[in-house]
Design a binder for this molecule. Structure first.
Ligand code: NDP
Length: 459
C-alpha cells in the first residue's frame, strides 16, 4: 500500500500532461493533475487548434477569388472578425470540456490551482499539501518578447487569439513558426501585413530552400517581408476613432512604419518560474528548461518532465509520445512497458500560406552526415492554379543517400503540405529507398504524385 496521496501527480494539463495522466490511470495508477489556467494547454487554447481554425478562415479569402476562374460569380466577400472569434471560442470551450471528460473518465483527479513542488514527493496546491510517489512536470512554455523601447505596446500570440478587431495594418516580428503562421492568417483575413525578421532566411532551422521559397510566395500574396531588419522601438500613437492605438514602428536602417497592431513572435520559453524546482533540487538549463535523461527523469529521481518545458522539440505529438513513454515506464506492466522515445524523422508542418511540411534531414544536415547525397527538386504550378489565376507555385524536394539509396528528407511548400508529408513520414520511418519511391504508382492528378515521379537529381 502506497503511503502517498497519489502514485502520479502531474503539473500542467496540456497535451503531454493529460496524455501521461490518462494512460497512467489506465495502467492502474492513482493520478492527480494540477492546472492553474485551462485544460488542453497551449495547443488547445492559444496554439495549434485556434491557429488552424483561423488559418482555414484566412484561406477562404483566396478560395473566393479562385472560384471566379472556375465560373463562379462571387459578390465581394465580407469578413467578420467577431463571428470567427466567437465561433472559435465555442469550439475551444467544447474541447476544454472534452479534456475534462477524458480525465474524469480515466479517474484522474483534476486539481485547480498553482502548484509548487516542496520536495521530491510533495506538492503544494494553494493551501493543500499533496504527496505523490512520482511527480510529472508538464507545464509547457510561454511567449518571450524581444526587448526594445516600446515593446510593451506589442502583443504576443496569446493575445492575438482574443483581439477585439482585425487590425487594419499589422506588423509581425520574428521569422519562426508563429511569425509566418500568424502573418499569413492576418494577411488572408485582410490586414495589411509587414513581416519583419532580423535574419536573412525565414524558418532558419528548416531546409534553406523552404524559407527562400516561402518569402517569394508570401510576397506574391501581398505581404511585405523585410529581412535583415530589426525593430528598434515602438512609439505609442494617438487612439484612432475606432479606439485602436496607432503605433509607429522604428526599424534598423532608419525607416519607420505605422501599424495598428505589432505582434512579437520572437520565441517561447519553458514555463518553470515559480514552481519551486530549484529549491526541490531539479536542475534547469540557463533558459529555465528542465534537464531530463532519456527516460525523462530529472535530477530528482521521483520527478519527471515532458513537453515544451524540457525544450527538445516543441510539438504536441512529440509531447504526447513523451507522455506515453513516462506513463508506460512508470506504471505499465508487461514486456512492452520499456518504451523508448525517438526523435528521428519527426514530421512537422507550418501552417503559413502556403503551407510547409517536412520530415527527415535538411540538405545542410544531409551533406554534413553523408559523403554523397542526391538532391531532387521540383517547383511547379499546381493544376488548380491553371484556372484560378493565382501565380502560386509548389516546391517539393527529396534528399537521398547516394550510397544506400535511402530517402533522407522530404520537404514541401504548397497546399496541404502537412496532409501530404504525413504519409511520407511513414515511408521514412520504414527506411524507404528512392527506388521504392520510384516504384510507387502516383495518384493522378495530384501535387503529391510529384514525390514519386522526380527522376533526375539536380545535384
Ligand atoms: P521559433 O524559435 O520558431 O522562432 C522565434 C523567432 O524569433 C526566430 O525567427 C528568432 O530569430 C526570432 N527572435 C528570437 N529572439 C529575438 C529577438 N530578441 N529579436 C528579434 N527576433 C528574435 O519560435 P516560435 O515562437 O515561432 O515557435 C516556438 C516553437 O513552437 C516552434 O519552434 C515549434 O516547435 C512550435 N510551434 C509549432 C507550430 C506548428 O507545429 N505548426 C506552430 C507554432 C509553434 P532567429 O531565427 O534569428 O533566432
Amino acid at each position: 500500500m502506497s503511503t502517498y496521496d497519489y502514485d502520479l501527480l502531474t503539473i500542467g494539463a496540456g497535451s503531454g500532461g493529460v496524455r501521461a495522466s490518462r494512460f497512467a490511470a489506465q495502467y492502474g495508477a492513482k493520478v492527480g493533475i494540477v492546472e492553474q489556467q485551462y485544460l488542453g494547454g497551449t495547443c488547445v487554447n492559444v496554439g495549434c487548434i485556434p491557429k488552424k481554425l483561423m488559418a482555414y478562415a484566412a484561406h477562404f479569402h483566396g478560395e473566393v477569388e479562385d472560384a471566379r476562374g472556375f465560373g463562379w460569380q462571387v459578390e465581394k466577400a465580407v469578413f467578420d472578425w467577431a463571428t470567427l472569434i466567437a465561433n472559435k471560442d465555442v469550439e475551444i470551450a467544447r474541447l476544454n470540456s472534452v479534456y475534462r471528460r477524458l480525465l474524469d473518465g480515466s479517474g484522474v483527479d483534476i486539481l485547480d490551482g498553482h502548484a509548487v513542488i516542496e520536495d521530491a514527493h510533495t506538492v503544494l496546491v494553494g493551501d493543500r499539501r499533496l504527496t505523490s510517489a512520482h511527480i510529472l512536470i508538464a507545464t509547457g512554455g510561454k511567449p518571450t518578447a524581444a526587448e526594445f523601447p516600446g515593446s510593451e505596446y506589442a502583443i504576443s500570440s496569446d493575445e492575438f487569439f482574443h483581439l477585439d478587431a482585425l487590425p487594419a495594418r499589422s506588423v509581425v516580428y520574428g521569422g519562426g513558426y508563429i511569425a509566418v503562421e500568424l502573418a499569413s492568417i492576418l494577411n488572408g483575413l485582410g490586414s495589411e501585413v509587414t513581416l519583419i525578421y532580423r535574419g536573412a532566411q525565414l524558418l532558419r532551422t528548416m531546409d534553406a530552400d523552404l524559407g527562400v521559397f516561402l518569402v517569394e510566395e508570401m510576397r506574391k500574396k501581398g505581404m511585405r517581408v523585410l529581412l535583415d531588419t530589426r525593430i528598434e522601438a515602438i512609439d505609442a500613437g494617438e487612439q484612432d476613432s475606432a479606439g485602436c492605438a496607432v503605433r509607429q514602428v522604428r526599424l534598423s536602417g532608419g525607416a519607420s512604419l505605422d501599424a495598428d497592431c505589432v505582434l512579437l513572435a520572437t520565441g517561447r520559453a519553458p514555463n518553470t518560474y515559480g514552481l519551486g524546482l530549484e529549491a526541490a533540487g531539479v536542475t534547469l538549463k540557463p533558459n529555465g528548461a528542465v534537464i531530463v535523461d532519456d527516460q525523462f527523469q530529472t535530477s530528482v529521481p521521483s520527478i519527471h518532465a515532458i513537453g515544451d518545458v524540457i525544450d527538445r522539440i516543441a510539438l504536441t505529438p512529440v509531447a504526447l509520445a513523451e507522455g506515453m513513454v513516462v506513463a508506460s515506464r512508470l506504471f505499465k506492466k508487461g514486456a512492452d512497458s520499456a518504451r523508448e522515445m525517438s526523435y528521428d524523422n519527426v514530421p512537422t508542418a507550418v501552417f503559413s500560406d502556403p503551407n510547409i511540411a517536412t520530415v527527415g534531414l535538411t540538405e545542410q544536415q544531409a551533406r554534413e552526415r553523408f559523403d554523397d547525397i542526391r538532391v531532387f527538386k521540383s517547383s511547379f504550378k499546381a493544376l488548380r492554379h491553371t484556372l484560378s489565376g493565382r501565380d502560386e507555385k509548389t516546391l517539393m524536394k527529396l534528399l537521398v543517400d547516394a550510397k544506400t539509396d535511402r530517402v533522407l528528407g522530404v520537404h514541401m511548400v504548397g497546399a496541404d503540405a502537412g496532409e501530404i508529408v504525413q504519409g511520407f513520414a511513414v515511408a521514412l520511418q520504414c527506411g524507404a529507398t528512392k527506388a521504392q519511391f520510384d516504384a510507387t504508382i502516383g495518384i493522378h492528378p495530384t501535387s503529391a504524385e510529384e514525390f514519386v515521379t522526380m527522376r533526375t537529381p539536380i545535384d
